[in-house]
Design a protein around this ligand. Structure first.
Ligand SMILES: NC(=O)c1ccc[n+]([C@@H]2O[C@H](COP(=O)([O-])OP(=O)(O)OC[C@H]3O[C@@H](n4cnc5c(N)ncnc54)[C@H](O)[C@@H]3O)[C@@H](O)[C@H]2O)c1
Length: 95
């Protein structure tokens, strides 16, 4: 299954991404590296995901055009929403 995780550089998102990858799923992460807390911790998480061949895109879900930024959008089959953003974009992602 192809899974999209928002907030993938964060605490729960990064662990979720790693676990799903271990389970054999294809994982794409999105994060805007917000400075809500120390960004270096998110960079460490991003490095760890990269070493496990998990793609992590720097996207801000409030402002970026997901259709442009994420061309493979139509084949995503599951989304883990781990940030507090009104999910107005979800209709673009679920087929
Ligand atoms: N950690 C916990 O114990 C816990 C418990 C209950 C609920 N939650 C909830 O679960 C969610 C994830 O928690 P966490 O601890 O992993 O938080 P976190 O802050 O570590 O991760 C959230 C990630 O979302 C990213 N993000 C924020 N706004 C974004 C945007 N507009 N576009 C793209 N990325 C964006 C941040 O950069 C961050 O990396 C939160 O909503 C939190 O309130 C967490």
């Amino acid at each position: 299954m192809k899974v999209l995780i928002t907030g993938a550089a964060g605490f729960i998102g990064s662990h979720t991404a790693e676990r799903l990858k271990e389970m054999g799923h294809e994982v794409i992460g999105i994060d805007n590296f917000s400075p809500y807390y120390d960004v270096s911790l998110k960079k460490l998480n991003a490095d760890s995901l990269s070493k496990k061949n998990i793609e992590l895109l720097t996207i801000d879900l409030r402002t970026d055009d997901l259709v442009k930024e994420l061309p493979s959008i139509s084949i995503i089959s599951f989304i883990f929403q781990l940030i507090r953003v009104f999910p107005a974009y979800l209709h673009l992602m679920i087929i």
